[in-house]
Design a protein around this ligand. Sequence first.
Ligand code: FAD
Length: 562
Amino acid sequence: MTTWDKSVDLAIVGSGGGGLIAAMAAIDAGLEPLVLEKQAVVGGSTGLSGGMIWMPNNPLMRAEGIVDSHDDGLAYLADVVGDVGPCSSPARRDMFLRAGYEMITFMQRKGVRLVRSAGYSDYYPNHKGGNAAGRSVEGVPFDNAELGGWHDKLQPGFSKNFGLVFLTNELRNVQYFNRSPRSLAIAARVFLRSTLARLRHQELLTNGASLIGQIMKVLLAQNAAVWTDAAAEDLIVEDGRVIGVRVVRDGSPVLIEARKGVLLAAGGFAHNAAMRRKYSADQPNEAQWTIANSGDTGEVLETAMRLGAKTDLLDEAWWLPSPTMALGASSLGAARQRPGTIFVDADGKRFCNESNSYVEVGKAMYANEAVPCWLIFDDGYRRRYSLTASSLPGQMPSEWIDKGLIRKASSIEDLARQIDVDPGGLATTVRRFNADAAKGIDPDFGRGQSAYNDCLGDPGYKPNAALGPIDHAPFYATEIYPSDVGTCGGLLTDEFARVIDEFDKPIPGLYATGNITATVMGRTYPGAGASIANTMAFGFVAARHAAGRLGPERPYRGATST
Ligand SMILES: Cc1cc2nc3c(=O)[nH]c(=O)nc-3n(C[C@H](O)[C@H](O)[C@H](O)COP(=O)(O)OP(=O)(O)OC[C@H]3O[C@@H](n4cnc5c(N)ncnc54)[C@H](O)[C@@H]3O)c2cc1C
């Protein structure tokens, strides 16, 4: 007989979006949850992130009269994600959409303030069921002081790195402040908000930090138990049922009984070099390029695998093509979606629509043996766009060239020779690309021909916001790697977020959500916030299922029929 140090209804491992929303939903359903976070701060990658949540037919769209429907959401997932097996079964997609709708309504009811990311198109708006108006939402600016003693226990926010207080949907305009009157107006609003906050000694959180901060505020008001520095080390199983967790809290072992179950929301294994080496198959990497939260180390996933849990998509990640970490503070990660740039392989050939989803482009790098590939841009690009958060358009730190981080040449052929790319191949590519780009078309890859390409392109560039010739010497090149913001393969779960075993049966008492699972998004990225939506929707589902509020005999009848 186990002697427990603490007994709760739902033990939740991990304090990212999936874990915290589960705690909120558990309390709402009358359960006592306990959140266990191994780091000294809460939030995980969710807290570090842009904090967008992609949810078709969400209540904020409805409130603004944006036309969408549950069926369109399903059709879009079917068309974009395709058939990738049980991680994205029709039942899981249906649950994702229904629970997602309820979850956002629930958050609003509890006081989490969200705003629609207007104009942030789906990543494949031209596909069946696609929506260009924007299906994403994010948290409004939130005063960290509202968290009282918890104000210093949050992951640092995304926009904090830039010294500004912007919503993620504002960032695209801030970056184009000199390119259109509308972008300038939005950038001015961000600057004013940031300055006022500084003058008032206010720390305003936005992005993922606002999302986590606002949820934490609700949880703290309800006296929810959230433990930091508490690492889950093992699951405790009796007669095949998971009944608790062994935790090391502040260096001491603690045994937690979980009467209704354990939810694993511990993120993926982005930083676990051995696991990535073992599982990344034909998308090889050793965790060297990831920018996920440092706590993303996979030990909880391995524990569940030892219990006999089934897995899928372990080779997959939320890819994010990025320049070398030494250029991490530059804006060159966004360059592929702006006019005057291309990606090329060692033959000097383009291999994808550079403006498409980061996941698609990252996968294209692997599929075309272009790791690393080269970002090619011209002096027109340098003059139009700020290359760092603190520099003006036209400025480029000289050490970038001195240290060889950026190669510079007076002709395309010379540039090619410097980077060991076929000079004839690159010159042919650029000549062909330029002729089409001047007309605003890309017959090879269709760049600039979707609302998504357009919404992240340069609003001041004509005739196509995403396409422009590379024809102003000097020319520049920098290496691009398949970085990622997390892995997205792992435990197979059913539509109730129950972990499935090798015999396709749920493991009693064990739930999982987020990057520790094989995502419902499969091998694609349908829209801005698809990853956080995935972890939060199934975290919400797990808590409601554990509370007996949801199950085969108690399906969602949510307001999702139109
Ligand atoms: C810079 C950046 C920007 C991004 N922008 C977006 C965006 O706008 N929209 C979007 O959808 N996605 C975005 N992502 C990706 C997204 O943030 C993650 O994929 C998602 O938040 C993962 O959620 P999760 O709940 O699975 O894990 P996390 O949010 O990472 O939470 C997992 C938590 O579990 C903890 N943990 C791990 N092991 C243990 C253990 N043994 N015991 C206890 N705790 C443990 C971790 O420390 C962590 O705090 C971004 C990511 C980054 C890094």
